[in-house]
Design a protein around this ligand. Structure first.
Ligand code: SF4
Length: 102
């Protein structure tokens, strides 16, 4: 199993880091979650599924099979309708992509 975090969706709550600090960490400048393991050990699969289910913005995506993960992860042509809707809502809140700094 592999796990990825959608950095555009992550709300920086830190919930996943609290649940699994060896698997997730938060970036220094902005608190966005990152995955710090290449693959998730079998013993942690249930815990990672729990962390993903508890993410308040569904930013954590699981890739269940270890075989061919790179191709599937990079070839994912379109987000699910729910994810696309969240991206659209985020774009509306920040239409120009400006981060608010002057
Ligand atoms: S639980 Fe979700 S929103 Fe919170 S830090 Fe982790 S990935 Fe980001």
């Amino acid at each position: 199993m592999r796990v990825v975090v959608d950095h555009d969706l992550c709300g920086t709550t830190g919930q996943c880091v609290l649940t699994l600090p060896g698997t997730f960490r938060q970036r220094e400048p902005d608190g966005v979650a990152e995955v710090c393991v290449a693959t998730v050990p079998q013993a942690l699969h249930a815990a990672v599924r729990l962390a993903a289910s508890q993410c308040p913005v569904a930013a954590i995506r699981l890739i269940e099979s270890d075989a061919g993960d790179d191709e599937r992860a990079s070839a994912d042509p379109a987000p699910s309708p729910a994810v696309a809707e969240r991206h659209a809502a985020k774009d509306q809140r920040n239409p120009g992509g400006h981060d608010g700094t002057v």
